[in-house]
Design a protein around this ligand. Sequence first.
Ligand SMILES: [Zn+2]
Length: 222
Amino acid sequence: MTDAAHVADINAKKDALIASAKRCFDLRLQTNAGGNLSVRLARGDAIVIKPSGVGFNECTHENLQVVHLDGTIEPSDHKPSKDLGFHLDLYRIRDDINGIVHCHSPWATGYASAGIEIPCLTVQTIEKLGRMPLIPLSAEGGPQTDVDISPVFRDPAIKAAVLANHGTIGVGKTLMAAQYLAEIIEETAHIAYVRDTLMAAHGKTAADLPQYGTAAEARAAK
Ligand SMILES: [Zn+2]
């Protein structure tokens, strides 16, 4: 790749990241300056990531950082994200990951803070995700780091996870795919809360619910 193509790629990835961040903000998946998101550059060995202290609605070409997978940060006036370590590690261990969206969306983080794994109860989540593992706090009781997060994502089937007392992670082949997962995680947590509240109010238990299989399982059973 020529230097000019590399610069054009950086600019395009910054545009994509800014659009994704604004979408998260508009959908109230992430307010304030928490959360972070990143996208891999076409060269493969570096990413664009939101720095620490910058809100999802305030990302610009000037404040986004370019960071190499070895941890080298291109000159920047901003502090790196506290979560830079796990972003870099996920790109290192999974070459199918080209985008990561991590936010503190309220419905999903509520489940995570109650120590409850969000059930994959919709057709879409059963078929596309299978599971959204709940990752506990670090052994020291602090926020999750790559030590806690990377082992879960070493399973290539895992595309989404939820962090206890913290937030959500969606990964994808593209940043938009990761963005969709951030939205699906939150949507599913909201649906699960409504379902479980209604079931409790009406005295229903899981035994009262029909068992849903995937489309592939339904075809195989015919
Ligand atoms: Zn966070």
